[in-house]
Write a protein that binds this ligand. Structure first.
Ligand code: PLP
Length: 389
């Protein structure tokens, strides 16, 4: 079926849609940065794990980052290369399989390293070990996403790092960005160097984590490339790795939902949809953020429901708070019409739940050039029941 990507009018079921053309555009931008700055940029699965699209990724990048055994297996089995893995809590009962699926294994603490590195090495003699460091500097404003807030459980701060690193530590890993621009990276890098450069002679690689939103329109790519080149000039022996997730899936397509009913209470009109914020767009409630809806204006303050065509959008779950306010449309919403939530692929598609047994949106891709819709995965009640089998 051919799809009109301006309206998605051919679609009448909930569906996450990846537009291949947009995905390739992001991949081109990212692989150009990697080439020009002489760094390796790898995909963070935590943000994007739609493995049926991995053959497209493989045309542009060759590795990925995992944060669990399942993601490490995904790297090995479906992406076709061993992962750069970081978890704050490796366990005795998973470390061997994780090591077997990983090229790089970053430990969150020196105790995790001491406990587990020999087992990991035995399993995979080629593996390279890293240590997560914490520069105690981050410009992330939302606390839930800030790994440098006081009391953090992530990484080793400079005051706790021994002058001589453990012999088998080859690299540093540092993650302290979230949807940031390269100006933030410049300032953060200055802190990292000020605090940790004394150890750089002892390591071979440094991973600057995720949160570098290099595919956003206003991202200053030249500043990033120049900053990384200058870093290379200062420390030519260090291989630089970056592991963004969001940047890959950024604005690659929407979640298309449909209006099922319109109800009203105390003058507030709610269009009830066949999707849920809690189950299918959890970051809207968690972050929180107000997603863009195609053809509608978001209204954040002074919502006046007596103004025509202003609606809450409500979910099909039993959670009272599973709604968001408000959007103004240019017409009265009709049952069956599409509501197109923009930019719903990164994080969303990996975080969904089947709470209430609500039908999970289909995963699909619109092919470049032909605009043909390719179904990646459809769900049925069997999927809900089998999760607890
Ligand atoms: C260790 C680590 N690496 C990479 C990422 C990916 O970040 P983003 O999707 O913001 O680029 C995250 C996100 O939380 C992370 O914790």
């Amino acid at each position: 079926m051919k799809i009109d990507t301006t309206t998605y009018k051919e679609i009448n079921r909930p569906m996450y849609i990846i537009e291949e053309a947009r995905l390739r555009n992001n991949l081109r931008i990212i692989s150009n940065v990697a080439k020009r700055a002489d760094v390796e940029i790898i995909l963070a699965f935590k943000a994007y794990a739609l493995w049926k699209t991995f053959p497209i990724f493989r045309e542009y990048i060759s590795s990925t980052t995992a944060s669990s055994l399942s993601e490490a297996r995904l790297a090995f089995d479906k992406f076709g290369s061993k992962a750069h893995t970081f978890s704050p809590a490796y366990t005795d009962y998973e470390i061997e399989e994780i090591a077997a699926c990983s090229s790089h294994l970053t430990f969150n603490s020196l105790t995790q390293y001491e406990r587990l590195h020999e087992t990991a090495r035995k399993q995979n003699p080629e593996i390279s070990f890293g240590l997560r460091i914490n520069p105690e500097y981050s410009e992330i404003e939302t606390d839930i996403y800030n790994p440098c807030a006081p009391g953090t459980r992530f990484g080793v701060s400079a005051d706790k790092l021994p002058k001589q690193l453990p012999e088998e530590i080859d690299g540093f890993h540092c993650h302290c960005h979230c949807e940031n621009g390269s100006d933030v990276f410049v300032r953060t890098l200055a802190h990292i160097e000020e605090i940790f450069a004394g150890w750089f002679k002892q390591i071979k690689w440094i991973n600057f984590g995720g949160g570098h939103l290099m595919t956003r329109k206003d991202y200053d790519i030249e500043l990033l490339v120049n900053t990384l080149r200058e870093f290379h000039n200062r420390y030519p022996w260090l291989k630089v790795i970056m592991e963004p997730g969001s940047a890959f899936g950024w604005q690659t397509g929407p979640l298309v939902a449909q209006v099922v009913d319109v109800v009203e209470d105390k003058g507030i009109k709610t269009a009830i949809l066949n999707v849920s914020f809690s189950c299918h767009m959890p970051d809207c409630l968690e972050m929180p953020y107000h997603p863009a809806v195609r053809g509608a204006q978001t209204i954040e303050e002074d919502i006046d429901y007596s103004v025509p065509y202003i609606y809450r959008l409500g979910a099909n779950s039993c959670l009272s708070g599973d709604f968001m306010s408000a959007w103004q449309f240019d017409h009265e919403l009709q049952i069956g019409e599409n509501i197109v939530f923009e930019d719903m692929n990164h994080y969303t598609t990996v975080k969904t739940t089947m709470f209430n047994g609500i039908s999970h949106p289909t995963l699909a891709m619109v092919r470049e050039n032909t605009n043909e819709l390719e179904i990646l995965r459809e769900y049925s009640p069997k999927d809900y029941i089998e999760r607890m089998d």
